[in-house]
Ligand binder design. Structure first.
Ligand code: FAD
Length: 449
């Protein structure tokens, strides 16, 4: 057992760290951060691969160059993070068929606008339903050919901006920058942590950050919270800020006593969890196209999402001979469950379809497993189109002394690093407000004693 502190923050991803920083800056320094894994960063995570740093989680700073300044872009500029401009709008003109032929750009453009039209039709149908209009609206046609399937996949699983105005692009701009820094995207978190936690030789050495502490049990009442971890430790606090992902909240990793109210659980279960997997492949030599407009390319197959979206790393790390292929959802889960050798074999088959039989074997492969990871259970949240406003309010609302934060509690920027960062700040501000109110109430009652 240990002494009681003001606030326990569960999770040391971007939202947990930004929440803790705001508390510390406002004089709440008897805080404790409990993190399940052996490192800070959460879904911002670099890994050494073939002598370089690659980003298994967040890779881009999304939303740059607009009327407002993206706070994550500001942090990146301040800490001198190396980034490069990334533009995947060209990808649709680099679509390969199974015989290695590139689809003529006219055909790709036609298929693309058909897909956009059908996505818009779908949205109109949903809106009409919401307004109570049940008049026969045209059902969107579902894509069938490999090229239509490929374009449907990139439109829905990557771009989405074409379908609805996305706040990130509207507020912060439409440009995206790929992080290409040996210190990793996570260096931004380290810089944040450094401002309120003790560090030595580039490492956090502050006893208020506890790694390898898997929270399993939260007992809460009006008087505070008792937190139990897997290794049998017990911590007490007046308040908790819970920053674990929506996937973890949907799982049974943490039990609540008393249980979370029904409205809260319903909102939590409503959100979709997207799985997004970037597979890295290292080659002895380069066999793909390089130069302007080639960074991204697409493979059209009759199975939707089958090794569809490819990127070469020549802009980020020239001469590295690394390719990245992105899978999502069903394909991600399928690949997580099989051996990496099998995945390499499948990827090689696709590359030989695109670039011919002489493509050399990859020498290394890295397959992240965000879905199987019990501290993540997926990559990011996705709000349903219908009823998003109420769902969001319920997801964010505190339950007694438990405050919620994280990417999934952001009304405008869910799914992004800046969403996590900004909700950390918001949640701590709301908690500080609550603590001040509580302090005043105590003062008031003293007067009458
Ligand atoms: P997390 O980073 O998940 O932090 C929560 C922390 O809680 C974790 O460290 C976890 O270990 C810990 N935890 C969980 N359970 C427990 C427990 N029981 N006890 C104690 N600790 C626990 N965003 C972008 O802006 N650009 C991108 O390009 C981008 N690409 C992405 C690609 C992938 C593959 C993924 C996975 C995400 C991507 N994102 C991207 C999203 C972005 O990474 C997240 O929105 C953001 O990092 C979430 O931060 P968070 O603090 O909300 O959650």
């Amino acid at each position: 057992s240990s002494s009681r502190c003001s606030v326990i923050i569960i999770g040391a991803g971007v939202s947990g760290i930004s929440a803790a920083k705001v508390l510390a800056e406002n004089g709440v320094d008897d805080l404790l951060i409990l993190e399940a894994s052996d490192r800070i960063g959460g879904r911002i995570r670099k890994e050494d691969f073939a002598g370089l740093s690659v980003e298994l989680g967040a890779g881009w700073i999304v939303g740059v160059g607009g009327k407002e300044s993206n706070p994550v872009w500001e942090l990146a500029c301040k800490s001198g993070l190396r980034t490069c401009f990334s533009d995947y709008s060209n990808a649709r003109f680099n679509i390969y068929d199974q015989n290695g032929k590139i689809f003529p750009s006219g055909l790709a453009a036609a298929s693309y606008s058909k897909a956009v039209d059908s996505a818009l039709q779908e949205l109109r149908n949903q809106e009409a339903k919401l307004c109570g209009h049940f008049t026969a609206s045209e059902p969107p046609s579902s894509p069938k050919t490999p090229i239509d399937l490929a374009i449907d996949f990139i439109l829905h699983d990557f771009e989405m901006a074409e379908v609805e105005p996305i706040s990130t692009y509207k507020d912060f701009g439409e440009r995206e920058f790929l992080v290409a820094d040996e210190r990793g995207y996570e260096f931004l978190l380290y810089k944040m942590a450094e401002s309120f936690l003790f560090t030595s030789e580039g490492k956090i050495v502050d006893s208020r950050l506890k790694l390898n502490k898997v929270v399993r049990d939260l007992q809460h009442s009006r008087n505070g919270v008792t937190v139990k971890t897997e290794d049998g430790c017990v911590y007490e606090a007046n308040y908790v800020i819970l920053s674990v992902s929506i996937g973890v909240l949907q799982s049974d990793l943490i039990s609540f006593c008393p249980p979370l109210p029904k409205w809260k659980m319903e909102a939590i279960m409503t959100l979709d969890v997207i799985v997004y997997t970037k597979i890295f492949l290292k080659f002895p030599s380069k066999f793909w196209a390089c130069g302007p407009g080639t960074e991204f390319f697409i493979y059209a197959h009759e199975r939707r999402g089958y090794y569809t979206f490819w990127q070469h790393m020549e802009n980020a790390y020239p001469g590295s001979n690394i390719l990245v292929v992105t899978l999502t959802n069903g394909e991600s889960k399928r690949v997580e469950a099989q051996s990496d050798e099998k995945t390499m074999e499948e990827a090689m088959g696709v590359l030989r379809d695109m670039f011919g039989p002489d493509v050399p074997n990859a020498t290394q492969i890295l397959v992240p497993r965000w879905w199987s990871n019990r501290f993540q259970r997926g990559s990011y949240s996705n709000y349903p189109i219908l009823g998003a406003k109420q769902t969001f309010a319920d997801i964010k609302a505190p339950v007694g002394p438990i405050f919620f934060t994280g990417e999934h509690t952001s009304e405008e920027y869910s799914g992004y690093v800046h969403g996590g960062y900004l909700t950390g700040i918001d949640t701590s501000k709301a908690l500080l407000e609550e603590m001040r109110g509580e302090g005043e109430r105590k003062e008031e009652s003293k007067k009458f004693l």
